[in-house]
Design a protein around this ligand. Structure first.
Ligand SMILES: [Mg+2]
Length: 224
């Protein structure tokens, strides 16, 4: 059994900034602060980390414990709208790559995303690829991406050999979350990082994109 876990933003799809905008609108609604995440690095971070950083930077009392549930309600409400408003797209080769992998015996697909879980499912639903995934590791699980991946796999995959787990993502954070758990790191340069940068960060396998999905499916499934 080979488990292939995909990051969402800039790996499977690009929302046109709908996620960041939705989080900003929710933060503004709750705390009256516009552009509350301006000084927080989003790329490759878990949403839990991003929110806790913004709360800390703005000196908001109570932290995650006091504000997480309210924030999630507001964020999900706004995300519904921003996904409609912003023009995004699936990244090259999708959904064909997922379709091809799903057909293979011995391959199981999942998510390894920093997104809050409900927001993750909303994005996949909006772009029509929800049906390929049943479970995953999500950004509500930890401030730290490597720990998030570890917990997620333990929960839904149990005793799978680390060498049979591939983490596919567009940032060095995705790569390091794989390597920290001795998993196989696959980089794809559809975000802001180049293939060289992803390779330098330690990725075991690197793609420019998945437009040649036929070849990519064989490589990811371990056949080529
Ligand atoms: Mg990403």
């Amino acid at each position: 059994m080979r488990l292939i876990l995909f990051d969402i933003d800039n790996t499977l799809l690009y929302t046109g900034g709908a996620g960041g905008l939705g989080m900003n609108l929710a933060f503004q609604e709750m705390f009256g602060i516009s552009d509350g995440f301006a000084s927080v690095e989003f790329s490759g971070r878990t949403d839990l980390f991003i929110l806790s950083e913004a709360l800390r930077q703005h000196g908001i009392r109570g932290g995650l414990e006091a504000h997480l549930q309210g924030f999630l309600r507001s964020y999900h409400y706004h995300l519904e709208q921003t996904l409609e408003e912003r023009n995004g797209h699936l990244e090259p080769g999708f959904p064909h790559l997922l379709e091809a992998l799903q057909k293979r015996d011995g391959v199981r697909l999942g998510l390894a995303t920093g997104n809050f879980s409900q927001a993750a499912w909303m994005k996949l639903e909006h772009y029509g690829i929800r049906q390929y995934f049943r479970d995953g590791a999500f950004g509500d699980e930890s401030l730290d991406r490597a720990e998030m991946v570890r917990e997620g796999i333990r929960r839904f995959a149990g005793d799978v050999a680390p060498t049979d787990v591939l983490i596919v993502g567009d940032t060095p954070h995705d790569v390091s979350s794989a390597l920290a758990n001795r998993l196989v790191a696959v980089g794809v340069a559809t975000g802001t990082y180049t293939t060289d940068q992803l390779r330098d960060s330690g990725a075991n396998l690197v793609f420019q994109d998945f437009s040649d999905w036929h070849d990519a499916a064989a490589k990811l499934a371990g056949e080529a």
